[in-house]
Design a protein around this ligand. Structure first.
Ligand code: TRP
Ligand code: SF4
Length: 330
């Protein structure tokens, strides 16, 4: 950590619920891989969560701790990466204010994620001042650490583009180029579908959680949809349309060929195919689940890890803010 030769990465997750296998496949596994090659800052974006959960915010803090416990037990290392909670580093909001005054409203109204979310999240009233500024806060998350790279899914690209627009405007207005232009680290989209074949999401109740118990894993896997045309045991199946097969591909690629063969040649039935997957998933999840339990039981230790992260993040954030305030003369 801290070596000058390493480029810097910042990424964040909103603490809106327990983490599931979709988070692992899409985000967390990538973060784990980045730790060695980059100086990583991984953040719980609790202010961003508050923007949509403000009517019932009481679980945000617990979810934040729960998510961090998952990060740690699934391989994020507090020695390699800086793990922290956004709201504990106050400088994010100060830089947010600076960026707010120079960001034209049009940029925000035009942001595709804003338009989308407003139309999708009908159950929550997010037509608010803060929510419009969502990408501005995200820009300050990234730029307060002068991050070189931001690992994001494609859905977040407009926010990264806005971050670059904001920093260019800052550079243009104050004639000092202090921020590197952050580049996306596009994580190849390996979208894991839920048990029912729809997007994995807690609101569809189709998730396998990262701390799921063995019995529940088995029950859930056995309930998965398979190739609908494979009705009898002796019918050959079509792995390419079967969600169970995509789980093998995502988590146990060594099985891929074998499953393809037993499916297309009707050597094994779907029940057996699923129970093997369930066994493997249990073996995969159990050690991390137990590690997480231990972490949550030793709350003091967990909190002190988070405090260390806050300390390291604050140090960097303060440097940038001092520089920014000097430039604008406040
Ligand atoms: N908007 C991101 C998401 O919903 C979370 C986030 C907040 C973030 N700040 C960030 C991601 C900074 C990357 C960098 O997924
Ligand atoms: Fe899917 Fe396995 Fe059944 Fe083939 S045998 S259809 S891969 S569950």
């Amino acid at each position: 950590m801290g070596e000058k030769s390493k480029k810097r990465v910042l990424s964040g997750m909103r603490p809106t619920g327990k983490l599931h296998l979709g988070h692992w496949a899409g985000t967390l596994s990538k973060w784990v891989d980045l730790q060695k090659d980059y100086e990583c800052f991984f953040m719980v974006a609790d202010w961003h969560a508050l923007m949509s959960e403000y009517k019932d915010p009481t679980s945000i803090r617990e979810t934040a701790l729960d998510n961090i416990a998952d990060w740690l037990s699934w391989g994020i290392s507090p020695e390699e990466a800086v793990i922290f909670i956004q709201s504990e580093v106050k400088e994010h909001l100060e830089l947010f204010m600076v960026f707010s005054v120079l960001t034209p409203l049009g940029w925000l109204y035009r942001c595709p994620t804003f338009k989308e979310q407003i139309s999708q999240l009908k159950t929550r009233e997010i037509n608010t001042h803060a929510f419009l500024g969502y990408p501005v806060l995200q820009a300050s998350d990234i730029l307060i650490y002068k991050a070189d790279f931001v690992p994001v899914g494609e859905d977040q690209l407009p926010h990264l583009e806005l971050t670059r627009q904001i920093l260019r405007r800052f550079h243009f207005l104050y004639h000092q180029e202090i921020f590197p232009e952050p580049q996306p680290l596009l994580t190849e989209v390996r979208r894991l579908l839920g048990l029912d074949g729809r997007k994995m999401s807690k609101s569809y109740n189709n998730c396998i959680y990262l701390s799921e118990e063995d019995l529940v894993i088995k029950e859930k896997v056995m309930s998965m949809f398979t190739d609908p045309q494979r009705i009898r045991r002796k019918d050959p199946g079509r792995p390419e349309v079967c969600n169970v097969y995509s789980y093998y591909k995502a988590f146990f690629p060594v099985y891929q060929k074998e499953v393809f063969n037993w499916c297309t040649q009707a050597e094994k039935g779907c029940t057996e195919c699923k129970s093997i997957l369930a066994e493997e998933l249990c073996k995969f999840i159990a050690p991390k689940r137990e590690k997480k339990k231990a972490l949550l039981q030793d709350r003091k230790k967990l909190l002190s890890l988070i405090e260390e992260g806050r300390e390291k993040a604050s140090q960097e954030a303060k440097k940038t803010l001092v520089q920014v305030k000097r430039i604008i003369g406040l």
